[in-house]
Design a protein around this ligand. Structure first.
Ligand code: ATP
Ligand code: MN
Length: 170
């Protein structure tokens, strides 16, 4: 069987948790390696129904605040990470509203992603869970490669013998 590894488009979904930040930096390293484009996607839960022009205006104000906030935070990550060598013209910031896993999958299909790099855990979950619900759902149905980045302090589990319980990932 012949397998081609072409990585032109990389998707990194980010909720700004530590693990998703780590995924962001790893995604950019892969982007450099493959000379790929990177899409940094943040999904905002729906803002609620609009029932009047007034409330719609309020929502659109809120939305532009969200968009500004996401852009600012991604730019901060660039500065914190010493990513001077990264070509920012090849990094796109995307914002969607909805359920994270659904928007991640839709984006991957419609924009033809070759690789999704995401954290095993996020912002909202419980630490001892093996894997976050969004990542699990994406992994089940993604049309492309998915790379799952572990947090720095994850525990490998005592049922795997011969390794310390607290196994630090690099
Ligand atoms: P929970 O299942 O309770 O949400 P969790 O927050 O620990 O648990 P996930 O939400 O699955 O786990 O987060 C895992 C990864 O999914 C994150 O590291 C991030 O890459 C991605 N992710 C989660 N939420 C979003 C979001 N709103 N927008 C973009 N990416 C997200
Ligand atoms: Mn979450």
């Amino acid at each position: 069987m012949e397998v081609k590894l072409e990585v032109k488009n990389i998707l990194v979904p980010i909720d700004f948790s530590d693990t998703s930040r780590k995924a962001f930096y790893i995604a950019l390293k892969f982007a450099k390696l493959f000379d790929a484009k990177t899409y940094v996607l943040h999904v905002q839960e729906p803002l609620g129904p609009f029932d009047s022009a007034e409330s719609m205006e309020k929502h659109s104000d809120e939305l532009s605040r969200v968009i500004d906030g996401v852009k600012r935070r991604v730019n901060e990550l660039f500065d914190e990470g010493g990513l001077a060598e990264v070509d920012r013209r090849k990094v796109h910031i995307e914002i969607r509203g909805g359920k994270p896993y659904m928007e991640i999958l839709k984006f991957a299909v419609h924009e033809k992603m070759d690789l999704i790099v995401m954290g095993s855990h996020g912002y909202t979950g419980v630490k001892h869970m093996l894997i976050g619900s969004q990542t699990e759902k994406v992994m089940r149905r993604a049309p492309c490669l998915v790379m799952c980045v572990k947090p720095d302090d994850f525990e490998i589990g005592s049922d795997i013998t011969g390794v310390p319980k607290k196994f630090k990932s690099k």
